[in-house]
Design a protein around this ligand. Structure first.
Ligand code: ZN
Length: 347
């Protein structure tokens, strides 16, 4: 039995951006170097997901940004300029549009469009930007990206920009690092609310989290974050953040990245599935059965070998069933909870 699932976060468009060759064919026919491609997504039961567009740093700064062993130096990477961010974001948007035109995915603008795509057997993609560097403060780029299908924005990746400040990768640390939203950041939150663009809190620092929580009229969402009480990485959510998300009727997608899972904070591939299940248990306890979903971080981080790539997700869902989660609850965590949240935040 294959359980359909919807994923809260992947960086596959960046993987495709950096790949040589015909990118839509790589996605549609298979790209072994990536964690997600269409053949494996279909085999695993992936119905769809948020496809992130993370504007990569300039080449010289690459080593400082990857969330992995030896790179968690605890400092924020340098800021990225508008022109550089727009160049890569437009290129990733173009890749998604080309895959859609070739029949490999449907770029969905609402829960209804996701349901229609899934019913027709097409992979449902919601376009997300991870760090709003590509959006000028006049929101001209927002207008264009929205027209191309953008429906989800993380104000920041783990660096600062015109809108807010992200958390550097630190262990052990909480997210009480740096200032809250700028005036432009507050305006962007309001603009997202009025258009029906979901706001993602993963990577945002604590002051920014409080500002979004106070300003946004939608449930709070962290697409790919874990529980700080289990793994004290700065990227994970502390008790008051989980309480604020619960209070808002929001959701958290559990992240499979090893360094955000393990109690020792290490980036090791031999991280057991049981640790992912522990985070799901804690998220269900904090947020309830409607507040937990998946947020893989495929193609964006070092993942446990037991998961490996998208074909490992059924093993996680089986581990939840084995732990005593009923089929209905596993179905909600895998798929239903994201669909409901998208309906409430996007439409
Ligand atoms: Zn991320």
């Amino acid at each position: 039995m294959t359980i359909p699932f919807f994923d809260g976060h992947n960086d596959t468009l960046l993987k495709l951006l950096e790949a040589e060759g015909d990118k839509e064919r790589l996605f549609i026919e298979g790209m072994p170097a990536a964690d997600i491609d269409l053949p494996r997504a279909k085999a695993a039961g992936m119905a769809g997901g948020f496809f992130a567009m993370f504007p990569p740093p300039l080449k010289g700064n690459l080593g400082s940004v990857v969330a992995g062993a030896g790179n968690a130096k605890g400092e924020l990477p340098p800021e990225l300029g508008l022109a550089d961010a727009q160049a890569s974001t437009l290129a990733m948007t173009a890749i998604a549009l080309q895959i859609e035109r070739a029949g490999g995915m449907a770029i969905c603008r609402s829960a209804a469009e996701i349901r229609a795509a899934v019913a027709g057997g097409t992979l449902a993609a919601v376009l997300h930007i991870e760090g709003a560097e590509a959006i000028d403060t006049r929101f001209d780029a927002l207008e264009v990206l929205y027209a191309a299908g953008l429906r989800s924005i993380g104000l920041v990746w783990s660096r600062a920009n015109a809108y807010a400040s992200g958390v550097p990768f630190r262990f052990p640390s909480d997210a009480e690092i740096g200032p809250g939203l700028s005036d432009a950041g507050k305006a962007l939150v309001k603009e997202c609310n009025s258009r029906g663009i979901m706001i993602d809190l993963s990577h945002l620092n604590a002051a920014g989290f409080r500002d979004v929580s106070a300003l946004s009229d939608r449930p709070l969402v962290a697409t790919h974050s874990n529980v700080h009480a289990i793994c004290a990485n700065s990227r994970n959510l502390v008790d008051w953040q989980l309480a604020a998300i619960a209070e808002s009727g929001g959701i958290v997608g559990v992240n499979y990245a090893a360094g955000f899972l393990r109690p020792d904070g290490q980036w090791l591939k031999d991280t057991p599935m049981e640790v992912v299940v522990r985070h799901v248990d804690a998220l269900v306890a904090a947020l309830g059965e409607d507040g937990v979903a998946l947020g893989s971080d495929f193609d964006g981080a070092m993942l446990p070998a037991e998961i490996g790539d998208v074909t490992g997700v059924p093993k996680l869902l089986q581990a939840l069933l084995d732990k005593g989660y009923g089929e209905e609850l596993v179905g909600k965590i895998a798929y239903g909870n994201w669909l409901k949240m998208i309906e409430r935040t996007i439409g």
